[in-house]
Design a protein. Structure first.
Length: 175
């Protein structure tokens, strides 16, 4: 399956596309491209006309670090906490499928157009969440979608708590 078909299949939440991505170790490079593209699109779209090379590079780096961190959290939750009898996965499979679940994020470039930015951001964010749930379900071989939702929800709570703790520990002091 070529890259363009995988992108479209991932955006369509096609389970067989995610299964093919999970099974193909070579898809990791493609997943990196998707996540980097998402970072570029977000950096340009969110900054609009005020985007700088620095903001775009930072958004891209943030997307890549976030992707790998999120993949590690999902892997541990899915394999250790929410495991089903047929759950069998490795970190690379999770990284590949989750990387492709960021495909709708490529549309964040549309945020550069100052029309309905809030609606665009909300739709793309919800779409990415939905593709993430499908990616997690396929990568962890879950039979129930609810288990994939639980992994994503628990992972989100963990990530939010970590972000809060980091902000509290390293944020600016208020006097």
């Amino acid at each position: 399956m070529d890259f363009a078909k995988r992108l479209v299949g991932a955006m369509r939440m096609d389970a067989s596309t995610y299964e093919a991505i999970e099974a193909d170790p070579g898809a990791l490079r493609q997943a990196v491209v998707v996540v980097a593209g998402f970072g570029l699109a977000a950096g340009i779209g969110l900054a609009g006309s005020g985007s700088t090379m620095r903001s775009v590079v930072m958004a891209t780096a943030g997307a890549l670090v976030g992707w790998l961190s999120w993949a590690a959290v999902v892997y541990h939750l899915g394999v250790r906490v929410f495991r089903e009898p047929r759950t069998q996965s490795d970190p690379a499979e999770i990284a590949r499928t989750i990387g492709f679940s960021a495909a709708p994020g490529l549309l964040l470039i549309l945020l550069a157009v100052p029309v309905e930015r809030g609606l665009t951001f909300s739709v793309v964010s919800l779409w990415m969440l939905a593709t993430m749930v499908v990616a997690v379900r396929q990568a962890l071989d879950f039979t129930h979608l609810s288990r994939a939702v639980a992994v994503c929800l628990a992972g989100w709570v963990i990530a939010a708590l970590l972000a809060f703790a980091m902000g509290f520990a390293f944020g600016p002091l208020v006097s």
